[in-house]
Design a protein around this ligand. Structure first.
Ligand code: NAI
Length: 355
């Protein structure tokens, strides 16, 4: 496929293909935008069947990172890397060294982090060969597990949505259905419980459900029931594409606010939620705590600065809700528009030089 003709090409600044014969590295690094700073986004390793499939992923995901970084008010642009290969069988130190060298050739215009297929132990191996890497445990630096920061941002964002849609300052007494009790979902559940919310939970991991029932007084639902259960707020913290033609018609919630990525099966499902008067907190805005944590390593921010920025997610969401209500537009459309505006503003300022 010709890159420029790809339906997912969005005037990306650069798309670079790397082929290292000695190690078998085949990678694509897509830089969507450096308007706000160096392009930052994770490396995905996946056994793509075709190069076109890897290219499509790199183009789409890098654009998504531009929007996510811009809306989180970070001094970072958007990029993404896709290594073509099976993460279970195709990793080697030599290949990661070649990959680090590939990143270096971009001179700091791309800073990598973790994504699907790249595990915490892989990161120090890549870091041996490049300084353009963040979002993993580094002694003496903020970072590491981003789950707690993401959970904090989701909790604050959920409260902002509740305030806007239901007009109350607290979740006390509200019924909140939580799908997924992992690093993010359990963190959100604990904060909600402390505030007095009534929890309905589901997870495929029965130990997590048991913990929430015993410690947080939650009521267990099955994974099939949770999305359409009777509640005030639905908080998806597990899977993507759960808001679709089938589920939206059957939702009972008045607010959807959770950390899971890619909750809308298609963009137009944002409009379906608006039409049903269900307030949707756009996923890439409310779950920005994770990328803020990554940015903290690049920018050497303190934990206090990270917390301040994570708490500001609620204000950004409120601005999105107010504008969406004023313009009669879905919240996901407004979020995208605000991200594009921030990038356009960044382009008019002097670009932040990479290290
Ligand atoms: P996790 O892997 O710790 O937790 C996911 C939980 O969902 C697990 O407990 C799993 O058993 C459960 N689950 C899987 N299938 C399910 C189903 N059908 N029904 C109910 N539960 C199911 O992952 P984590 O880190 O908590 O992330 C959750 C979501 O938030 C993911 O979509 C992730 O991409 C997104 N996210 C996470 C960030 C982070 O910092 N951890 C940052 C931004 C987004």
């Amino acid at each position: 496929m010709n890159v420029f003709d790809s339906p997912d090409f969005d005037h990306h600044e650069a798309v670079t293909f790397f082929d290292d014969v000695n190690t078998g590295l085949k990678a694509i690094i897509a830089i969507h935008s450096t308007a706000l700073g160096p392009a930052c986004g994770g490396t995905r390793m996946y056994p793509y069947i075709t190069t076109d499939a890897a290219l499509t992923d790199a183009l789409r995901l890098s654009k998504g990172m531009s929007y996510k970084n811009a809306i989180a008010d970070l001094p970072l642009g958007g990029g993404k890397a896709c290594i073509i290969g099976n993460p279970a069988t195709d990793k080697s130190d030599a290949k990661f060294a070649a990959y680090a060298e590939a990143i270096n050739t971009l001179g700091g215009r791309y800073v990598t982090a973790m994504d699907v297929g790249i595990l915490p132990p892989d990161m120090p191996v890549i870091a041996r060969g490049t300084k353009f890497i963040a979002g993993y445990n580094q002694p003496g630096k903020a970072g590491g597990d981003s789950g707690p920061a993401t959970a904090l941002g989701v909790f604050g964002g959920l409260k902002a949505a509740v305030k806007h849609r239901l007009g109350v300052d607290t979740t006390k007494g509200l019924r909140v259905a939580i799908q997924g009790l992992g690093k993010v979902g359990m963190g959100v559940a604990k904060r909600l419980h402390s505030e007095g919310a009534k929890l309905i939970v589901a997870d495929t991991d029965m130990f997590a459900v048991k913990e929430a029932v015993e410690k947080l007084g939650a009521v267990a639902a099955t994974p099939d029931q949770i999305v359409t259960v009777e509640c005030d707020v639905l908080s998806p913290n597990a899977l993507g594409a759960i808001l679709n033609d089938q589920s939206i018609a059957r939702l009972h919630a008045r607010v959807v606010a959770g950390g899971a990525n890619n909750q809308l099966a298609r963009d137009h499902h944002g409009a379906m939620l608006r039409d049903r008067d269900i307030l949707y907190a756009p996923d890439y805005v409310i779950n920005g705590g994770g990328i803020i944590r990554v940015a903290a390593q690049i920018e050497n921010w303190s934990d206090a600065e990270v917390e301040r920025r994570v708490c500001a997610i609620a204000d950004t969401l409120t601005a999105i809700f107010v504008r969406a209500a004023r313009d009669g537009e879905p919240t996901n459309v407004i979020a995208d528009r605000m991200a594009v505006e921030r990038m356009a503003e960044g382009k008019t300022r002097a670009p932040k030089a990479a290290e």
